[in-house]
Design a protein around this ligand. Structure first.
Ligand code: AMP
Length: 393
């Protein structure tokens, strides 16, 4: 598969699918520029080669042409991050867009209006993709966050270009995951947390042959504990998955993968930051009480495993980290991963909630790589190929 390093963009017009689906504050200012920064190296390479870049993205979930989802709100932040003036055109297809793209001079940047102002985008309509394709002569996909969707601008469009490539961000995402899943260095440790086993089952099955240690925490741990005969009180559980949990434990044993479950839990009677808490053995939680975070002994055990790991993958918080009272397990894990990274381990954080947790507690800069795509990362961890990436072949 080609990357943009295989191209010289001199005098060429690159149509770049970026992920500028950024959060806006109440004054329509960009509240977090990390997605724009993520696309910066690709755009800079095109400009420095002497080419021009036409940037296309979606923003939110507009129903028709809703002004609040206009990419015009994002233009100033893009200019700011790139350090150059950015042009904007109030459509993404048709005469206006085509004229604006045709007028672009080498080194100039044009931002198109929200792709999702057209329902054809999400439907992956070919005619719409073809209209978009008229705007540039090389197609670059750098939107990892939507690479798992077969939308017009992320996938269908590729067939209209002879010259197509992945941008640096997409490349980095794929390489980071490859470093984890096909590592020659050992031990490899995956930490899976979050609410439900059901949403991570395929991930567990796919990564089991590729890891040495699997730490299972968060709400999903209780299904395993109950399946082993533990008393879990009112903790989150998926009863129909207990057999599956035992099966995973058995498969792990057969494949020499060590599974680490919490041994104690921060329990409470109410789902409330100010509720009374105590620490209980995870196999003997009192009736009426539920576990919302990893207890101190579990944190210590997990940290020891992390400290010995060379490759670490983290997906999903170890507790209800949104509430301070139940965030200590997740913070302790993030600290251990940061420490291991400092000592030379490679760490990848992926999946929506672990990324927000890492950011919330200031650990996003202390790990090796933070994935920019929650859903796309999960699908890759499940072993699926992503249509946006396949289309570049
Ligand atoms: P997921 O989207 O499956 O990764 O789940 C993330 C959510 O799991 C977060 O909102 C956490 O608050 C929640 N979570 C983590 N641990 C627990 C727990 N022990 N009980 C209930 N929810 C939890």
């Amino acid at each position: 598969m080609k990357t943009i390093n295989d191209f010289n963009f001199k005098n060429r017009k690159a149509l770049v699918r970026v992920d500028f689906n950024v959060p806006l504050d109440k004054n329509f200012q960009v509240a977090d520029k990390s997605r724009i920064e993520g696309a910066k190296p690709t755009i800079i390479k095109i400009m420095e080669d002497g080419g021009s870049a036409i940037l296309m993205s979606h923003l939110g979930r507009p129903e028709g042409k809703e002004e609040k989802y206009s990419l015009n709100h994002v233009k100033a932040a893009v200019s700011d991050v790139l350090g150059v003036k950015v042009k904007f055109v109030e459509d993404c297809v048709g005469k206006k867009a085509e004229e604006a793209a045709a007028d672009l001079k080498p080194g100039e940047i044009l931002l198109l209006e929200n792709l999702r102002y057209y329902a054809e985008e999400k439907k992956g309509e070919e005619a719409f993709a073809e209209k978009l394709s008229k705007l540039g002569d090389v197609y670059v996909n750098d939107a990892f966050g939507t690479a798992h969707r077969a939308h017009a601008s992320t996938t269908i469009i590729a067939k209209f270009f002879a010259d197509k490539a992945m941008g640096y961000l997409l490349q980095k995402e794929i390489e980071s995951l490859d470093k984890v899943l096909n590592s020659t260095e050992k031990p490899v440790t995956a930490v899976l947390g979050g609410a439900k086993v059901s949403s991570k089952l395929t991930v567990i099955e796919n990564i089991l042959p590729k890891v040495d240690h699997l730490i299972i925490g968060g709400g999903m741990a209780f299904t395993f504990i109950k399946a082993q005969g533990g008393k879990i009180g009112e903790s989150l559980v998926e009863d129909d998955l207990q057999d599956m949990a035992l099966d995973i434990i058995k498969k792990a044993e057969e494949q020499n993968v060590k599974i680490h479950l919490p041994v104690d839990s921060v329990v409470t009677q109410e789902f409330d930051n100010d509720a009374e808490t105590r620490i209980e053995d995870i196999h003997a939680i009192s009736e009426g009480w539920m576990g919302l975070d990893a207890g101190p002994k579990s944190r210590e055990n997990f940290s020891k495993v992390i400290a010995e790991s060379k490759i670490i993958l983290w997906n999903g918080p170890l507790g209800v980290f949104e509430m301070d009272t139940f965030s200590r397990g997740t913070i302790a894990l993030a600290e251990a991963i940061a420490e291991a990274t400092k000592k030379g381990a490679f760490s990848l954080v992926g999946g929506g909630d672990s990324v927000s947790a890492a950011k919330k507690f200031g650990f996003d800069t202390k790990v090796s790589y933070v994935s920019t795509g929650g859903g796309a990362m999960l699908e890759m961890l499940e072993g699926k190929s992503l249509p946006g990436i396949d289309a570049l072949n």
